[in-house]
Design a protein around this ligand. Structure first.
Ligand code: ADP
Ligand code: MG
Length: 317
């Protein structure tokens, strides 16, 4: 039989928008000593906005100069319309708006593919011309035999420059050549710094885990109070799981807080020995893979859950 105190604990949590899958989970919640936080959508709003479109003039000597920025946005927007990623939403919305302002509509894309943690691709019907368009991280594009992705190429340099500045940047390519860069920015949630401070007060070490670039990750970490040595950036979705596992192998009891499809495996792995917490504002995949749902999408609910579990189990013991 479940002790009444446990039910009181989960009931109290539920009132605060912290849905715990079962009373037995309070025990692992209590023991968590390491909290791995996903960046986009967990610590940040996950609502990116397009800050800039860069199209280095005639990068390929093909004569693409003026108008290229508009082409970059239009073709990228047509592809990203097929994705739910925060980057995709920002790009598709901005492209749609630009098209509307120009009295046109976005071209149609077919054969859309989402390459998780890397980018997206599709064939866009651009006024009768079919163009194979890719949008994503430069290392992925380079591996797809896209020209203009070498370290000294204009597009690569524009991309690196934007990322050094703490933005998230993706490269747009079509017809086998990199054509431009989209620069995106995301805001840290107003409550994230306080949440991290509360996590530290509980004696728990916070980590930041992301597929995004290191400079953008460090900027967010600095803003919320996570040490730079606890920033794990540029991690592919399938490798997030290994990050959790290696912390567990070092004897840590790991809690993971995430919101994306990309976080589901890491959340499930955390749940084996520690705790998976999903943002209620996140994807169904993340919620299903986790032990606790933070309904309000407020990171402060994570330390609150720990506090409630510690208090509840103190009462029992
Ligand atoms: P996070 O861990 O921050 O949620 P992801 O693993 O989803 O990040 O994505 C990592 C990187 O992969 C992005 O920063 C971007 O470079 C690229 N990427 C992922 N999805 C897309 C997309 N829809 N369009 C363009 N680039 C993408
Ligand atoms: Mg995320």
């Amino acid at each position: 039989a479940t002790p009444t105190a446990l039910l009181v604990g989960t009931g109290r949590a539920a009132q605060l928008g912290i849905v715990i899958k079962g009373p037995e989970i309070l025990e692992s919640t209590r023991r968590v000593d390491t909290m791995v936080l996903d960046k986009t959508g967990t610590v940040t709003e996950g609502r990116m906005r397009l800050a800039d479109v860069l199209a280095p003039a005639a990068a390929d000597g093909s004569g693409w100069t003026d108008g290229t920025r508009a082409d970059v946005l239009r073709l990228a927007g047509a592809v990203e319309a097929g994705s739910e990623h925060p980057i995709a939403r920002a790009v598709a919305d901005a492209a749609q708006e630009a098209a509307r302002a120009g009295g046109t509509t976005l071209p149609r894309a077919r054969d859309f593919f989402n390459h998780a943690g890397r980018g997206v691709s599709a064939t866009v019907d651009d006024g009768g011309t079919a163009r194979d368009v890719l949008v994503g991280r430069p290392s992925w594009l380079a591996g797809q035999d896209v020209a203009g992705t070498g370290p000294d190429d204009d597009v690569t340099r524009a991309h690196a420059h934007a990322e050094t500045d703490g933005a998230t940047a993706v490269v747009v390519a079509w017809e086998g050549r990199a054509r431009g860069v989209l620069v995106l920015r995301d805001e840290v949630k107003a409550t994230s710094a306080q949440a991290v401070a509360q996590i530290k007060e509980l004696g728990i070490t916070p980590y930041l885990l992301t597929g995004d670039n290191r400079a953008a990750a460090e900027r967010v970490a600095d803003e919320v109070g996570i040490a730079p040595e606890h920033v794990i950036a540029e991690v592919l979705p399938e490798d997030k799981l290994d990050v959790v596992r290696s912390l567990q192998d070092r004897g840590r009891v790991v809690g993971v807080v995430g919101d994306g499809v990309n976080d589901a495996a890491a959340l499930a792995q955390a749940g084996r020995q520690g705790l998976g917490l999903a943002m209620g504002t996140g994807t169904d995949a993340a919620i299903e893979a986790s032990d606790i749902t933070l309904v309000r999408g407020d990171l402060r609910s994570a330390p609150t859950a720990i506090r409630i579990s510690r208090k509840t189990l103190r009462i029992i013991k």
